[in-house]
Ligand binder design. Structure first.
Ligand code: UD1
Ligand code: CA
Length: 460
């Protein structure tokens, strides 16, 4: 009977080696908690019944997973990996004839393509237990696999291993398939008589072997899937693998990533074909980049939508913003949340923008701050323009209608409105609305005192 197994994901442990306030399995990798990767892999295997063992920070874990179709099992005290499985016994009792896929929650690199052959092997061989192993150059920290006698196995944990056993290269990956009936027959035999005084799931390998049940290792050849993320250095190693996988999948869709090793794109980010991404670019969160875009080095794009043919020049930061097609930003531009550049707009060097609608083909090329504003089409914002949007208590809006020309060095004291087609003279401090088609100049009149400087020098 080739029924899909029930899956049990172990996610109750604190992850002490992470030295973190946050439970290990909620740490993000490319913008997504570690546990989501495990869940997605299990789900792609076709498993519909997924149980997650929670304990440490269980409210946080359950809330992170609230939109996932999973059932929670609570392990109040974390007394070891076998103890975590014991906590699921009641939930599993109706399914004695089925198989159980047990996965450590800290294996984010596993791929469904690798799990499929495991499942087939387990069912074809009618094993009571299949445990996944891998040959590692440096198996430090992993349990080591020992074939006690032909077809009988046991796993010894790193802490318990003798110097000889530590030389064994075959390691236990932390992924198992049990026949539930046999699992139930062996679980009560697990003791915590070991250096950690924990109930080790790995003891079941020996117990089931001794009970004469068929226990077999299944060797996983894919080395880049078996990193168990126990500390932050292993987190970095896992990140590297995911980074390259993501960048490769984008390249296959027609995106040019010049240097995949220095480009960090979150797992959920979409990028359109023919887009070119320079070294050092970061694209995070719920971002979406269209076709034919060019993102130059050290651009950081976060939770933003870039339509087609958008050009972001070097060292610009774009957050919570929308950039319509044919817009151009940077270098050194900061677009903060709520900026919306309409088609063909250009924003240049050292311009900061926030909560601003910036109309089609409008330009702000140099050294400006535009906040809480509505700016129409074909507006020219001169260098050094500042919307004075904050009076110390409240934010106020600036409106600039179509085809307005704002001269350089202007301060617009909000709330204020500049009517369609008006001009504002350079260096003005505008405190009152300007009528359409008018010229407003608000600065001290220039005076000239002829010979003044010469007279001053003579006196001195
Ligand atoms: C475990 C294996 C080891 C294997 C390694 C692979 C045991 C005893 N050892 O060791 O042979 O080489 O994984 O990475 O199983 N958890 C709970 N409740 C608990 C304890 C742990 O849910 O009481 C969860 C953790 O959250 C984690 C997973 O089980 O997701 C594995 O626990 P961890 O402490 O990381 O085991 P390792 O020491 O890595
Ligand atoms: Ca681990």
């Amino acid at each position: 009977m080739n029924q899909q197994p029930i899956a049990l994901i172990l996610a109750a442990g604190k992850g002490t080696r992470f030295k973190s306030k946050t439970i290990k399995i909620l740490h993000p990798l490319l913008g997504q908690p570690m546990i989501f990767y495990v869940l997605d892999t299990v789900k792609k295997l076709g498993t519909n019944d997924i149980l997650v063992v929670v304990g440490y920070q269980k409210e946080k874990v359950m809330s992170a997973l609230k939109e996932r179709e999973v059932q929670f099992v609570i392990q109040d005290q974390q007394l070891g990996t076998a103890h975590a499985v014991m906590a699921a016994q009641a939930a599993l009792r109706p399914f004695l004839e089925r198989d159980l896929l047990v996965v450590n929650g800290d294996l984010p690199l596993l791929r469904p393509e690798s799990l499929q052959p495991l499942l087939e092997f387990h069912q074809r061989e009618r094993n009571a237990l299949t445990f996944v192993t891998a040959l590692m150059d440096n198996p430090f920290g992993f349990g080591r696999v020992i074939e006690v006698s032909k077809g009988k196995y046991r796993v010894v944990e790193e802490r318990e291993a003798s110097p000889e056993q530590k030389k064994i290269k075959e390691a236990n990956v932390g992924l198992y398939l049990f026949r539930i009936k046999d699992l139930f027959g062996a679980l009560p035999k697990v003791s915590n008589n070991n250096s950690k005084q924990e109930f080790y799931l790995t003891d079941l390998i020996e117990i089931l072997s001794q009970q004469g049940k068929k226990v077999r290792p299944f060797s996983l050849p894919a080395k880049d899937e078996i990193v168990g993320v126990n500390d932050r250095y292993e987190l970095a190693q896992a990140l590297r693998v995911l980074q390259i996988r993501k960048n490769r999948s984008l390249a296959q869709l027609g995106v040019t990533i010049i240097d995949p090793e220095t480009t960090w794109i979150d797992i959920g980010v979409e990028v359109g074909e023919e887009t070119i991404i320079y070294p050092g670019v970061v694209i995070e969160g719920k971002s979406k980049v269209g076709k034919d875009c060019r993102l130059e080095s050290f651009a950081v794009i976060r939770d933003s939508i870039l339509k087609d043919d958008v050009h972001v020049l070097a060292s610009s930061v774009v957050e919570g913003s929308i950039l319509e097609s044919q817009t151009k930003v940077g270098p050194f531009t900061h677009l903060r949340a709520g900026s919306h550049l309409r088609k063909g707009a250009k924003v240049g060097n050292f311009v900061e923008m926030k909560k601003t609608e910036f109309g089609p083909e409008s330009k702000a090329m140099h050294l400006s701050y535009l906040g809480d504003s509505k700016i129409g089409r074909q507006v020219n914002i001169g260098a050094g323009t500042i919307t004075c949007n904050y009076d110390g208590l409240k934010k106020h809006e600036t409106q600039i209608e179509d085809e307005v020309f704002i001269g350089s060095g202007t301060q617009l004291v909000a709330p204020v409105k500049i009517g369609r087609g008006a001009y504002v003279g350079a260096g003005s401090t505008i405190t009152k609305n300007v009528s359409p088609e008018a010229l407003a100049v608000a600065r001290g009149r220039q005076v000239e005192k002829s010979g003044w400087a010469r007279r001053k020098r003579k006196k001195g």
